[in-house]
Every structure is written in structure tokens, then in C-alpha cells.
Design a binder for this molecule. Sequence first.
Ligand SMILES: O=C(O)CCC(=O)C(=O)O
Length: 309
Amino acid sequence: MSVTDQPSTTTAMAPEEMAITHLPSDATGAEIAAALERDGCVVVDNLASDDTIDALLAEMQPFVDVTPTGPDEFTGFQTTRTGGLVARSETARSLVAHPTALAACDAFFDHVTNYQLHLTQIIAIGPDAAEQGVHRDQWAFDFFPFPNGYEVQCNTIWAGTDFTEANGATRVVVGSHRLEDGRKFPIEQTIPAEMTKGSVLFYTGALYHGGGPNQTEATRVGINITYNVAWLRQEENQYLTVPLDVAATLDEPLQRLIGYNRGAYALGYIDDLRDPIEALRTGGQNGGFGDRDSLDDALDRRDRLGDGD
Ligand SMILES: O=C(O)CCC(=O)C(=O)O
């Protein structure tokens, strides 16, 4: 994606003009990233099997059962948010590191050295829940005004149940990732991301969206797994959420994805410039900052940005 500060659009599309693109389950990372760049959101249909979703939800159910509902309107008085998926569910790890999700992130985050897991959350919207306020997820970064077009998050919400307008499908403002910051949208100016169980909605950190109201008798379950640029802080603190002895058992790409990695050439090293992965190993030595090639790539990107490309 381009990293320049693009002029923001001031006019949002009318809901009747909006449509969410659906891609098939064999969509490539480049196709997903292109749709994200154009629309700010895209659904990939039927990417996870029912068996995967059912296994993940069964592993998480004991934790979901004891999760309190939200304390305020934004988190939702009828909604539970259960985190720690990497620590608590082996099956969830296969979604966190799903090849299609990571291929999309690889293509989408080509403006940074690294990205990382940002948060994992089962969002269960109960019957009679009101809609969530429409927001940008990147407001979590203390409302920092990122340049328009400089995306810091690639988000997924996997449908743990079918997502319908009636049961609280995520509501989106298609194309709103290019609008100016600080906008307010009533629900009438959004459309629902309807999709079948096992499908996944990708959306950027700049897209205006929110959980929909649940007007059914059944709970809507979403599995929210998000990624962010690795020079920013993670929303869910993986170092404290995933016990060290559990983190040590994960395969190395997942260890690096959850944060045992440098965020850029010199970011996040341990003591005498050691690679953070060494926190999970005994006896290793890996001196120096990160790899020089990635630093050279970062410098090239900075020079291109300076040229306004
Ligand atoms: O549950 C959803 O559909 C969206 C939730 C969301 O946007 C959030 O909690 O930030």
C-alpha cells in the first residue's frame, strides 16, 4: 500500500450505494489487500471449516462462560469479550496464523518492517444487545492522527455463527477508511457484513464500523483476531496473557507473531542487543540489532516517501 498522506474524502457513500465485496476461500493475500485498500473491508467466504470453528469455540467455552458482560455501552452491556485465545485454545492458533490471513497481512503491511498480533477476542453479542458506537479501531492508539492512507491495523472477525443483520453482524461504512478522522455515523449510515459461519471479515484500523444490535434470541459469536504494525503497542498484552512456559511450546513463527520479535531494526531487543526470541530459549546468543537488510529496506521506504510516491 502507499504510505503517503493521501487527501481524505469528505463525503461518505450512502448506504444504498455501498456493497461489501465477497472473495472466495482461495483468494490471495494480494487480492484481499487490494480490496482493503479500495474499500477498507472485504469478506472471504467459508475460509474456516465448521469443525475448526466448533473446536475453537468448545475449547474457549469454559472461559466464555465465566466472562462478565461489558461495563459500558461501548463494550456492550449484553456482550462478552473473552481473550487469551493463543494461550487458551490450540485451534485458535491455526486461525491466528492462518495462511490466508498472514498472506493478506504480508501484502497489506508492505510499508513497515514487521507486524504482530494485536488482539484476540471472542465477541459474543447476546439477545437484545444494542448496537455498538461506530468507531475506528486505530483510535485505541490514544487517538493519534495517523496520515490518511498510513494503515496501522489489519483486522479480522471470523464468524463463529452466521452473521446476519438481525443477530448483530458487524456494521461498516464501506470506503470510510479514507474519510477524515473524528466522524460520527448513526447506524442508518452503515451496512451489515452478513456472512456464513467460518467466513471472515477483513477490515482496516481506519474503517468506521461497530458491532450491530442483536434482535434475535440467539447469541452472535465473532472471533476477532487483529494485527498491527510492530512499532506500535499491542492492545492485548501477549507477554502477560500467554504464560512464558506456553509461549515456549509454540512454533517460532507464532512466537515471533505474538511479539517475540523485533518491531524494526532496533526495536524491542533484550539487554545486550539480543533477539527477543531468546527469552523463550536457553543458552542462545544473538548479538547486534536486527538484520541490516530490513534496515536498508526501511531506509528505501523512507526515501520513497520523501519523494511522495
Ligand atoms: O463485534 C463486532 O462485530 C465488532 C466489534 C468491534 O468493532 C469492537 O469491539 O471494536
